[in-house]
Design a protein around this ligand. Structure first.
Ligand SMILES: Cc1ncc(COP(=O)(O)O)c(C=O)c1O
Length: 413
């Protein structure tokens, strides 16, 4: 049992506002009844706004990886040529799913830490454009990079107009502006445990008319993830299999909170938290891993400097209840990551930077306490001002509502 809440700063699952947590404890309802249908309808229609789409959005009871698998198996046939544009561990995973189901995958692999530049895709499609699908990652959580999806989509549409664009939007949607229809994306997926401020367990698949047409002829085997089995239920407010009702209770409340806050304020809050994180860490002498032109507003990856023992440092962080994520795959031990998505406020970021300062002092690094926090606060406030979002207090109050302090307060120490 813990007296104090940790400051969970990993890139998902994210901490939950208290109203969302309570919603998860509600009594079950009939998942074939009118109350469920109404809730399903609210969730689906609210998600459309954040995806920037008029498509039907299928709600799957699955981790995000399940939704990625659904995107593949519903649109492709074995031996279909697929171009997987990968800039990190999750782009690699998307490629692996396609390979596992028998697609002929060509990888366009970019150095980790960099974005996929549109010119690179232009060059690749200039060599060969006969792809049935192009796989893209919106926000690469393993490296803290956000790809320029509209520009990549424009190149793909120009040079490979027949290719379906399948996009992993798991860790970016809901935190930054997104416009699926305007950008011409065919399938976009996301997951409940990221910016949506709910527990893990649900994922979302937005399917364009072109992708539904492809599903009519796609021959990859599927059953649980067969989107055609889900489609009739989207309008009716039901799912073919028993859904994770408790997670949907949470999503219903979380989306209501996001709507109350307003999209512009949600985006400004994420931009401010990201700017504060980056500035605070740089002021403490860390080097950021990502190409800063494409720095993510939901997760920041930081190089572990020479001479800093990550395990000892992390243990000092944990003692102070700050939970960060380590590096994934080949970046294990080389970077650490700070998540700033979902129910995150500037004061939580300032608290995290403060703890990082303390931990650095504890492991004997030469830092001057306060330097990181000051830089973080200045950058965060400047980002808010640039977004015209007013004071940090306004933003904090609007995300926590009448629950001020329950989810948005700094970690008690
Ligand atoms: C970009 C991205 N893609 C895919 C996934 C996989 O999602 P899940 O762990 O829910 O299967 C994640 C999870 O962190 C992610 O950030």
């Amino acid at each position: 049992m813990q007296r104090f809440e940790p400051n969970l700063r990993i890139p998902g699952p994210t901490g939950l506002p208290s109203a969302v947590r309570e919603a998860g404890g509600r009594q079950m309802i009939n998942h074939r009844g009118p109350e469920f249908s109404a809730m399903f309808g609210r969730i689906e229609s609210r998600l459309k706004g954040w995806f920037g789409t008029r498509n039907e959005i299928v709600l799957l009871t699955a981790a995000g990886t399940g939704a990625l698998e659904a995107a593949i198996v519903n649109t492709l046939s074995p031996a279909d040529p697929v171009l997987a544009v990968t800039i990190g561990a999750f782009g690699d995973r998307f490629a692996k799913i396609a390979t596992a189901h028998g697609a002929e995958v060509t990888k366009l692999a970019v150095d980790w830490g960099r974005a996929a530049e549109p010119a690179l895709l232009r060059e690749a499609l200039g060599r060969d454009a006969r792809y049935r699908a192009i796989l893209l990652t919106h926000n690469e959580t393993s490296t803290g990079v956000t790809n320029p999806i509209p520009d990549l989509a424009a190149v793909a549409r120009e040079l490979a107009p027949e290719a379906l664009l399948l996009v992993d939007g798991i860790s970016g949607l809901g935190a930054v502006p997104f416009a699926q229809d305007e950008w011409g994306l065919d399938v976009v997926v996301s997951g409940s445990q990221k910016s949506w401020m709910a527990a893990p367990g649900m994922s979302f698949v937005s399917v364009s008319e072109r992708a539904w047409a492809a599903a009519g002829t796609a021959r990859m085997p599927r059953f649980y993830f067969d989107l055609a089995q889900h489609r009739p239920g989207v309008a009716a407010g039901s799912t073919p299999w028993t859904p994770a009702v408790a997670v949907l209770f949470q999503l219903d409340v979380a989306l209501e909170l996001m709507e109350q806050e307003g999209a512009a304020a949600v985006f400004a809050r994420h931009a401010a938290c990201a700017a504060a994180t980056r500035a605070g860490l740089v002021a403490l002498g860390f080097e950021l891993f990502a190409d800063q032109r494409y720095a993510s507003n939901t997760v920041t990856a930081v190089k572990v400097p020479d001479g800093l023992d990550w395990k000892a440092f992390n243990s000092e962080l944990r003692k102070r209840r700050l939970i960060l994520a380590g590096g994934q795959g080949k970046l294990q031990g080389q970077i650490f990551r700070v998540g700033h998505l979902g129910s995150v406020t500037l004061d939580e970021i300032l608290g995290a930077v403060g703890v990082i300062e303390e931990a650095l002092v504890a492991v004997g690094r030469p830092v001057s306490p306060g330097a990181g926090v000051a830089a973080a606060q200045q950058a965060g406030l400047a980002a808010l001002a640039a977004a015209g979002a007013g004071s940090a207090e306004t933003v904090v109050a609007s995300v926590t509502g009448s629950d001020a302090g329950a989810s948005g307060g700094v970690v008690e120490r």
